[in-house]
Design a protein around this ligand. Structure first.
Ligand SMILES: NC(=O)c1ccc[n+]([C@@H]2O[C@H](COP(=O)([O-])OP(=O)(O)OC[C@H]3O[C@@H](n4cnc5c(N)ncnc54)[C@H](O)[C@@H]3O)[C@@H](O)[C@H]2O)c1
Length: 506
């Protein structure tokens, strides 16, 4: 829903076949209500189709028969090019980690694609292949990398400055890491106020900058010999903005690019360039970036999947584990105070109120969605939720996140829980980046997924998961994991796991 001009509100929705519709209303509530109703109808229709397909696939009890029903998956042939806007702590920890694992120097701990398994069939069947053996993912040896940054440091220099990984490990990887140098970035200081750098593209308009990024993408594909590409935003958190009319359609967005509309952030220009080139895009920061109607339109049109936003790593990971436990046991919550100290460049960027507001919005949504105060007013109708991030240089990338949680139980008796997570931000983020790269590439090779736009099954990895307009996101980590694994089962024509289990007692 958006406001076209005073007193004119537009409802925007997609039907079950992926066609976009738009209708005019005189009130915002009318437009929003209409949009929600139509979106829910489209979902119901799509879900009923999926159930019919699933019924056909599980009816005979034979596995793999449903592969025709569930579409096709192209093989992962050739190299997969990973393009990263923002070659800072997360990006370098990811790339150095992949190279260390390829050389046998370390293990891919924390990565579902590398270490996780999927149970198939009944608990008594004893079939639990590794994820990477169950679905055809690109191998680590097939990954090739490039990136953009406003600083000129190559990956070795940037990783050394980030100070996340041991210098002895980085020195062992030096020739490889030094070979990945940043391309000049598309940057706007107004969107990231705390930093500035020399390695920046120049152009008369934002459209011209987008064209330069598209040239980079084509050049990288050619020079690296990659058969497929993925863009993974690991750039700084941009200042908070809300969608405007410029973000509502491809036509409006391109006009805004030509006219240098200030509401187009650099991350959106990378996303536009990637999707125009048919390259999937994942957003690791809380910026709007691809969470916009124009990007959904482009993603569906060019069959380039999108997902985001904001990697779910430390404090929010804990929140999405603990909050579902409170709700499961119907324990009340009166307050949750979260604070962090963080000393890396990300912490410095988040010290700016505009960038912090973007992060705050992303972190705050979680509890409301998990606890559903509308359904449980006595338990969650009155909770106080506060999130702070404090820049504290001595800690570097080693963030400390404290949570004070005030809960109440039987007869309203209060209790407290304290969590003190001494984590390493980029160590938690790197395996998420790897999984997203491999799964987004998989999505583009699956006939069932590539035209959907948003890949909601990847919500598992995000603080603020994207959904189609009108659909609330799933934040509960374990629901998200079930959704992800069931999607993999579905793609391979395996029975979905419901955990009903009555058949064991027949
Ligand atoms: N656990 C985590 O580390 C974590 C969790 C969730 C989200 N994030 C987000 O991931 C992003 C990266 O985190 P980080 O710790 O690596 O930060 P970082 O500051 O170390 O790296 C970000 C890099 O992006 C570059 N940059 C900024 N604007 C750019 C642009 N327009 N084009 C190209 N490069 C640009 C900066 O120069 C910097 O090198 C941040 O937005 C952060 O909020 C990180």
């Amino acid at each position: 829903m958006y406001q076209k001009r005073p007193g004119v509100f537009m409802a925007d929705w997609w039907d079950a076949d992926g066609r976009r519709h738009r209708k005019q209303f005189s009130t915002s509530s009318g437009a929003r209500e209409h949009e929600h109703r139509e979106t829910a109808l489209a979902h119901a229709e799509r879900a009923s189709r999926e159930m019919k397909l699933a019924a056909r696939s599980s009816g005979s009890g034979k596995r793999a028969k449903a592969v025709e029903d569930t579409g096709t998956i192209d093989a992962a042939k050739g190299k997969l090019g990973v393009m990263i806007p923002g070659m800072g702590a997360v990006a370098t920890t990811f790339v150095a980690g992949v190279e260390a694992i390829r050389k046998g120097l370390a293990k891919p701990i924390g990565s579902l694609t590398q270490m996780g398994t999927v149970r198939l069939g009944k608990r008594t069947d004893g079939r639990s292949p590794k994820v990477k053996e169950f679905v055809p993912l690109a191998g680590l040896d097939d990954l090739v990398f490039t990136g953009w940054d406003i600083f000129e440091d190559n990956m070795y220099e940037a990783a050394s400055k980030a100070g996340v990984l041991d210098q002895r490990l980085l020195d062992q990887l030096k020739p490889f890491l030094s070979s990945v140098a940043p391309r000049p970035a598309v940057f706007d200081h107004n969107y990231v106020k705390k930093i500035d750098g020399p390695n920046v593209k120049k152009g008369k308009s934002k459209m011209e900058l987008a064209e330069q990024l598209r040239d980079d993408i084509r050049e990288f594909k050619k020079s690296s010999g990659a058969t497929r590409l993925i863009t993974m935003w690991c750039g700084s958190t941009e200042s908070y903005i809300e969608p405007t009319e410029a973000h509502q359609s491809l036509k409006a967005f391109e006009k805004a690019l030509r006219e240098n509309d200030e509401m187009i952030a650099p991350s959106m220009i990378y996303a536009y360039a990637s999707l125009m080139e048919g390259v999937p895009f994942a957003n690791g920061a809380p910026n709007l970036t691809v969470d916009l109607p124009v990007m959904l339109e482009l993603s569906r049109k060019n069959e380039a999947p999108i997902c985001g936003k904001d990697f779910k790593t430390g404090q929010t990971l804990m929140k999405t584990v603990l909050a579902p436990a409170f709700k499961a046991r119907l324990l009340g919550l009166s307050g949750w105070y979260s604070t962090n100290i963080l000393g890396n460049r990300d912490g410095e960027v988040l010290d700016d109120p505009g960038s912090f507001k973007t992060k705050e919005e992303s972190k705050l949504g979680v509890l409301e969605h998990i606890l559903q105060p509308g359904l449980y007013p006595e338990l969650y109708g009155n909770m106080f939720h506060k999130v702070r991030i404090n820049y504290y240089p001595p800690r570097g990338d080693n963030k400390e996140g404290w949570d004070n949680i005030d809960i109440f139980g039987w007869l309203g008796y209060p209790m407290q829980i304290k969590v003190d997570f001494l984590c390493r931000d980029s160590i938690l983020a790197a395996p998420i980046v790897l999984d997203l790269v491999l799964f987004l590439d998989l999505a583009q090779r699956c006939s069932d997924l590539r035209g959907l736009g948003i890949q909601e099954w990847l919500s598992f990895y995000f603080k603020s998961p994207m959904t189609v307009p009108g659909l609330y996101p799933e934040h509960d980590l374990f629901i998200q994991l079930m959704k992800l694994k069931n999607t993999l089962r579905h793609l391979k024509g395996e029975e979905l796991i419901t955990h009903l289990g009555l058949e064991y007692y027949d």
